[in-house]
Write a protein that binds this ligand. Structure first.
Ligand code: CMP
Length: 139
């Protein structure tokens, strides 16, 4: 078993899809090991996506991620990083496979309902971004 970080994004939380997305993830076999509701400021959203700094969509991405509450969660499964990326589908919902979270719930490439870590190394960094050692006790 391994861990990854998912974030239900402001578009999905704001339109009342968080519960359906969580049920989808649990139905796909993920166990929720930590979860919270968070509101990111500009510095936090910018730092979380620092790897994309300088790309044409960076400012839009940061503004979007601070536009409303988000729900970060630590998910556990076999090969969690790869499994979650398969479960959520391609970044652009128009390209996402049928039955994936983004195909079902995302609006566009920018407002795409959910984030997932892209490697075990980044999963560890991203989990640490949102959850304190205390909250991660037992993981
Ligand atoms: P996410 O998996 O959270 O990682 C980076 C995010 O950048 C990605 O999902 C998209 O929401 C966003 N993104 C990537 N490409 C574009 C784009 N061309 N336009 C707007 N947002 C993008």
């Amino acid at each position: 078993m391994s861990l990854t970080l998912a974030i239900i994004k402001p578009d999905a939380v704001g339109s009342g899809k968080a519960g359906k997305i969580l049920a989808h993830l649990e139905g796909a076999g993920f166990t929720v090991r930590a979860m919270r509701l968070a509101r990111l400021n500009k510095a936090q959203a910018g730092a979380f996506y620092a790897v994309h700094e300088g790309r044409p969509f960076y400012d839009e991405l940061v503004d979007f991620m601070m536009s409303g509450p988000v729900i970060p969660m630590v998910l556990e499964a076999d090969d969690a990083v790869a499994s979650l990326r398969e479960t959520i589908g391609a970044t652009d919902p128009a390209e996402a496979a049928d039955g994936t979270v983004r195909k079902l719930y995302a609006e566009s490439k920018g407002r795409n309902a959910i984030h997932a870590s892209d490697s075990d190394e980044n999963a560890a960094i991203e989990i640490g971004f949102f959850f304190s050692n205390h909250e991660r006790l037992g993981l």
